[in-house]
Design a protein around this ligand. Structure first.
Ligand SMILES: Nc1ncnc2c1ncn2[C@@H]1O[C@H](COP(=O)(O)OP(=O)(O)OP(=O)(O)O)[C@@H](O)[C@H]1O
Ligand SMILES: [Mg+2]
Length: 460
């Protein structure tokens, strides 16, 4: 959106509410902030006044804008709030949804989020319910991941995001940090873990209790879904459903729902396809089946696969007071920058090697701590015989291999092998690299070691 347009829109809104236009100084502060610059020094220099004076004027401006837009505005969120308000305010804001190849008119989008539709249902303040979310004591880096997710949610109005990645990589931690970062832009912020596999009916009831507070919850599941969608339309809600893999079955291809949980699929599909102004984030170490299909171009659905924490993982080693810093990157590489794997390993190094990483690295790598092994037993417990045969075959290969190179090497048909490879990849247990127009697959050192010790020693 053009800077001039956003400035004009802000001025019009301020004038409509207060009867006064933005002053030059306020406009200059807004202009710099909207361009992502630090405004104080530049504006103070241009206007020959002190930075302190500019900051006081800025704080006054955020108050005025908060009043105008009925939510807390600051230098951090002003651009997102103005752009969103302008978008909803625009009479041409008609969403073209590629749902059934029809043009789906999003009438709710044409309405300003600040314009009450039903005063009883439009909350004036942030309702935040994080349920049993773990408290986050330390959070390192993930700056670019947070920016991408924030952009998808606040700028691109993505309705459904699957935050995926192997267990321990940091999905829960990242989503809670994201909540903390963008919560002021919502009316409702909700976090729920599905670790005890609640039915869809139980999850919907739980959500409705948060939304409707005292009012009666309907019995019928369709009515519950339609009421939830109504709340998502009328309010800006950010809902994180964590541990979605607990709805998915084992002993079958990845991403399939357990018996009795299939209706979640329809619910997630509706969240993606029906017009509303909210976002649902699904955290899972297995990609749910419908997500791949829904996350096509033009659909407001995205997948985000979380990877290594990278060098920021040094902070984890530092907090565990390990020594030999020059070897830490090697350790991080071996354990794939997985924060949980590194936490287990760092505790082991502390307990058995006095915190000396170089001494630990002299062991044949990688050493798998007992906690790490038990963590891995969960996704491996879900694999089919064909998946396991592929994993064992890959664990024995010194170099990455193409799918066709697995054919005839294990007693499964090419179709079974192709499906198994895809399924293992959807559980994030496989590395894929593109090399000269061919995709090659391998296991990372930790998984290779796990497969060798657990399955090869049993003669598989
Ligand atoms: N960015 C980070 N900074 C510091 N610690 C982190 C970070 N990300 C994850 N951790 C730590 O790593 C561990 C695993 O993180 P988390 O529980 O978020 O992973 P997860 O992907 O949700 O795992 P699961 O799929 O098993 O639920 C936690 O102890 C957490 O504190
Ligand atoms: Mg988690």
């Amino acid at each position: 959106m053009e800077l001039k347009e956003v400035l004009r829109f802000a001025d019009e809104k301020v004038f409509a509410k207060t009867g006064k236009h933005l002053e030059d100084l306020q406009e200059a502060i807004l202009k710099e902030t909207l361009q992502g610059r630090k405004y104080a020094a530049k504006v103070a220099k241009d206007r020959d006044c002190s930075e302190g004076y500019v900051r006081v004027a800025a704080s006054e401006l955020w108050k005025i804008l908060s009043d105008v837009f009925d939510e807390e505005v600051s230098k951090v969120n002003v651009r997102a709030i103005l752009e969103r308000a302008k978008f909803y305010n625009s009479p041409s804001a008609i969403g073209r949804d590629h749902v059934t190849n029809n043009v789906n008119i999003c009438q709710e989008r044409a309405r300003s989020p600040t314009e009450p539709q039903n005063p009883q249902q439009t909350p004036k303040q942030l309702h935040i319910d994080l349920g049993d979310a773990p408290e986050i004591f330390t959070f390192f880096d993930r700056t670019s991941q947070l920016s991408t997710l924030e952009n998808w949610i606040t700028q691109e109005h993505t309705r459904l995001i699957a935050l995926l990645g192997i267990s321990g990589i940091g999905k829960t931690t990242l989503s809670l940090s994201l909540i903390d970062r963008i919560k002021t832009q919502f009316d409702y912020v909700i976090y729920r873990s599905l670790r005890f596999s609640p039915t869809l009916d139980a999850t919907l009831t739980n959500l409705l209790q948060i939304f409707s507070q005292q009012s009666e919850i309907p019995q019928n599941i369709e009515t519950k879904i339609s009421q939830i969608l109504d709340y998502l339309r009328k309010n800006r809600c950010l809902i994180v459903l964590d541990d979605v893999q607990m709805l998915l079955g084992s002993g079958q291809l990845a991403g399939q729902y357990k018996t009795g949980y299939e209706d979640y699929q329809l619910f997630f599909k509706l969240i993606a396809e029906v017009c509303h102004q909210s976002c649902l984030i699904l955290n899972s170490w297995e990609k749910p089946r419908e997500i791949a299909r829904l996350s096509k171009e033009y659909h407001p659905v995205r997948c985000f696969v979380l990877g290594s924490l990278g060098v920021a993982a040094k902070e984890i080693l530092n907090s565990q007071k390990l020594s030999d810093e020059e070897t830490w990157e090697t350790l991080i590489d071996i354990y794939q920058g997985n924060p949980l794997w590194l936490e287990f390993t760092a505790t082991l190094i502390q307990e058995l090697f006095g915190g000396r990483v170089s001494e630990f690295l002299q062991c044949e790598m990688p050493i798998l701590d007992e906690g790490l092994q038990s963590q891995l037993s969960q996704p491996f417990g879900r694999l089919t015989p064909a998946d396991l045969a592929v994993m064992v075959h890959l664990a024995n290969q010194p170099e990455p291999v193409a799918v066709s190179q697995i054919f005839n090497k294990i007693p499964f048909s090419p179709s079974e092998i192709v499906n198994a490879v895809r399924s293992i990849a959807n559980r994030f247990l496989l590395e894929a690299i593109e090399e000269e127009k061919i995709t090659l697959f391998s296991l990372n050192p930790v998984l290779r070691q796990y497969v060798k010790s657990r399955y090869l020693s049993q003669g598989m």
